[in-house]
Design a binder for this molecule. Structure first.
Ligand code: BMA
Length: 819
């Protein structure tokens, strides 16, 4: 007898939802409001006009009650005879529930869930009859649940008050040193009803590897079945295909497809990103009953951690080419991540790529991002480094956490393992370091802290599910078993400069790989003033303090400024000074780390993005506007860059050439007065190999007046300036320059600035001209008589007067007393 098997059908459950408070201190009573799925409660209350925008002023504390409330979502499920016909299994599928909830059908509980980081599938076969059914998802207060669980699991160390480590929910949703606390609840990812017969693809694991000029794709699937029928599995990629028979009863199948010729996938800056669709079909008789597609790229990738004379490198090698990692750390792009769709991911990641970045580290206190994020990374050549979701805290190894962590890890390794961009999985953020240095051991008193996850469970799961993906137990981590944050071994996080020392002390360290370091600065002026309405607005006014989450943040901002600039008296100049100092700090570090390649083989800036409007380490603010820091990264990571660095009593020039072509030529070294007069000129010759760094000792220089001279080094088609004195101790004159604007049709305006005086770090804060305006660069130093052309987009009209308006074209000069 042959069974007729119908293809899997999916009915989206994205309509008709409502949500209401079901318990706890609701400030909106138990009113039922329409709910968006996917989404969270805050966004529904906001859409209903019941709460103000959480991101404005101090609405964060005014809305903290939301996290103490139990929220119940409800919708009606209209079941038709057609829906029931031809399927012997019906399942409710939730791609993400945030977080602790009971799912019920017609009032009868079906499942208890407690993990934001995984999906759920609930069998409702036999419960569905023709007619209307009520589906509810009743969330419990995440704060009250986490507190109760912390009592059950035992107290453990962490740097923030609430026990985010006792619940499998994005750590930063409880607040972070850049993040608003939302304690959100909701059906935060898609939900659907799946109906199928016989079998479906339960898990699809794909791997692609180059093989000479060709490539090999392996697809391994796990099946869910209701019937012991024979099946076949067909896998097609780039015109080649293979089919295997899957005997009745078999739960797994594997297909290998060999391709004669494939193009290699490269990280940004090293080549193109050709991607290939792998189409997987499950068939019963001749009929296709389930399908899946995974996009792959062909590249080899490894991290070289073979110890050397200096310690242990952490050198990325792609397609046998060593890659200097130009990275940024990534946090959720919105404190309500359900709002972030493909366009927003793409825009943010294009901003990253425009700054010559080639790696994005998805930090462990956030989320596993959606497919849209990793799609964009694959397409843009942005390597991804994904932390497993543990951050800065000790985690219990007991149930229910233990089982949940295994389930979420399995699911996400299988989901992401095929990605061309996926370069590294790491066990956690800073937990190995915390265990060593942050006084945890006394507090733990022998209790578990997560070592089992980082050293046993996670590496075993990676080896089982995606053995081709590199794994490291944590960040920072030393591969040879040394202290996890040892400068000589593996990855390092550098925070002392921001916390305690000043930024020139980055030059006291030559780590093998910097996975985190950064400096704070306020968001763009437009973002700041549209989210904080203090009157008067000062660095310490109430809203500014709410939107500054770092421990002693403002004190560190001020003390970090003093070595370089005078403290400005007015708010708008304070804002510029802090943004500039942030950019200067990161420039200093990046130039230094890059100058030491390949001993230092990568620098990952903390952090690319923000999740709301806040003073933070980000380069792009919470409304997506670019801070001067992004220009600093763009300048420092240019494919060909020169910097001047101190070495003992002297100086050296570092010529970094990340292009595939060697460079040779003159290295022109000029000592110049601030007035533009050349005082001394030396010409050296040198060769910067392809993908290499040349370090050249500069002849001794003896400035006549350190406050009034610079050293300019020209090579590689670019140049660098060395300042003998900090700006505040220098004779920088009030900046004088002229602006000329030329329209470029649909492509914005060219703004040419010609300097009369020396102008240091000229930057156009174009958001002050129009909120959506963008400019292609900044932090440009011009010698007297020199000019630079910026491209400004996102404005309809632009005149020189707009650019010369107070507060728009800014420089370091104005933060220095005129002499
Ligand atoms: C590191 C990160 C984050 C934090 C950042 C700035 O510790 O891992 O936890 O936001 O520093 O303090």
């Amino acid at each position: 007898m042959s069974t007729v098997i119908h293809p899997l059908r999916a009915l989206p459950l994205d309509t008709g939802w409502t949500v209401r408070a079901a318990g706890g201190p609701s400030a909106v009573g138990d009113v039922e409001v329409p709910a968006t799925v996917p989404g969270v409660v805050h966004l529904d209350l906001l859409a209903a006009g019941l709460i103000p925008d959480p991101y404005l002023d101090d609405n964060e504390s005014a809305l903290a009650w939301i996290g103490l409330v139990d929220w119940t979502y409800r919708t009606e499920l209209a079941v038709t005879a057609e829906l029931l016909a031809g399927a012997d299994r019906h399942e409710l599928v939730f791609d993400g529930l945030d977080t602790v909830a009971t799912v019920s059908l017609d009032g009868a509980p079906l499942a208890e869930v407690a993990n934001q980081h995984r999906s759920y599938r609930i069998d409702v076969t036999g419960l569905l009859t023709v007619g209307r059914h009520t589906l509810t998802v009743a969330f419990r207060s995440p704060i009250r649940y986490a507190n109760a669980q912390a009592l059950v699991l035992g107290a453990r160390p962490r740097p923030y008050p609430l026990p985010y480590d006792a619940i499998r929910k994005s750590a930063c949703s409880f607040g972070w040193d850049w993040g608003i606390a939302t304690y959100a609840s909701g059906i935060w990812r898609a939900a659907r009803l799946e109906s199928w017969t016989g079998a479906r693809l339960a898990e699809v694991r794909v791997a692609a590897r180059p093989d000479g000029d060709g490539g090999v794709v392996t697809a391994s699937v796990s099946l869910a079945r209701t019937a012991d029928v024979p099946l076949s599995l067909r896998v097609a990629v780039a015109g080649a295909e293979q089919t295997v028979e899957v005997p009745a009863g078999a739960a797994d199948a594997e297909v290998e497809v060999t391709l004669g010729a494939v193009e290699r996938w490269w990280p940004a800056g090293y080549g193109d990103q050709p991607l290939y669709d792998v189409d997987v079909e499950l068939r019963a008789d001749a009929a296709v009953i389930d399908t899946a597609t995974r996009r792959v790229g062909f590249r080899t990738l490894r991290w070289d951690t073979e110890s050397d004379a200096d310690g242990t490198p952490f050198q990325l090698v792609v397609n046998d080419v060593p890659v200097f990692v130009k990275g940024v750390n990534w946090i959720p792009d919105d404190a309500f991540p359900s709002r972030v769709g493909p366009d927003r991911y793409r825009r943010r990641l294009e901003q990253a790529r425009s700054a010559h970045l080639n790696l994005i580290r998805v930090w462990g206190g956030g989320i596993y991002e959606s497919e849209d994020f990793y799609d964009a990374c694959d397409e843009l050549g942005l390597l991804t480094w994904q932390d497993f979701l543990f951050a800065c805290a000790a985690y219990s190894e007991d149930e229910p956490l233990r089982g949940e962590i295994e389930a979420e890890a399995r699911e996400n390794i299988a989901r992401l393992g095929h990605r061309a961009s996926l370069a590294l999985l790491t066990g956690n953020n800073e937990n190995l370091w915390g265990y060593e240095d942050w006084g945890w051991q006394r507090m733990l008193d022998g209790k578990s802290w997560g070592a089992y996850y980082y050293h046993e469970l996670l590496p075993a799961l990676v080896a089982e599910i995606a053995p081709h993906v590199p794994y490291a137990p944590g960040s920072p981590f030393s591969p040879g078993g040394q202290h996890p944050n040892d400068e000589r071994h593996g990855t390092m996080h550098l925070w002392e400069q921001w916390n305690r020392l000043d930024w020139p002390t980055y030059r006291d360290q030559t780590p093998r790989f910097v996975a985190e370091f950064g400096w704070q600065g306020p968001p763009t002026w437009t973002t700041l003033t549209s989210s904080i309405h203090d009157e008067p607005l000062t660095p310490e006014s109430p809203g500014m303090i709410v939107h500054q989450k770092a421990l002693d943040g403002n004190v560190k901002l001020a003390s970090g400024l003093l070595g370089h600039y005078r403290v400005p008296e007015d708010m708008e100049t304070w804002h510029w000074a802090m943004q500039l100092n942030q950019a200067n700090a990161v420039s200093c570090a990046l130039d230094w780390f890059r100058a030491h390649a390949p001993h230092t083989s990568g620098a990952v800036v903390w952090q690319l993005n923000d999740c709301w409007p806040v003073t933070s380490w980000a380069a792009v603010d919470g409304e997506g506007r670019e801070k001067p820091l992004l220009f600093a990264i763009r300048n420092a990571f240019a494919p060909r860059a020169v910097s001047v660095q101190p070495a003992g009593d002297g100086l050296f020039a570092a010529l970094t050439n990340d292009t595939g072509e060697a460079w040779s030529g003159d290295i022109v070294v000029r000592r110049m007065g601030f007035d533009g007069a050349e005082r001394e000129r030396r010409v050296l010759v040198g060769e910067a190999p392809a993908r290499g760094t040349l370090r050249v000792d500069l002849p001794p220089v003896a400035p006549d007046d350190v406050a009034d001279e610079v050293l300019v080094v020209e090579a590689l088609g670019t140049s660098a300036v060395w300042w003998f004195a900090e700006p505040r101790d220098s004779a920088l004159p009030p900046a004088q320059f002229a602006a000329e604007v030329v329209p470029r049709g649909d492509d914005g305006f060219d703004v040419t600035i010609t300097a009369t005086t020396l102008v240091r770090d000229l930057t156009l804060l174009v958001d002050k001209i129009a909120p959506d305006a963008v400019v292609d660069g900044g932090l440009v130093t011009l010698l007297p008589g020199a000019s630079h052309t910026f491209r400004v987009r996102g404005v309809v009209e632009l005149a020189a007067a707009d650019v010369l308006r107070p507060g728009v074209a800014r420089s370091a000069n104005e933060l220095v007393a005129a002499r």
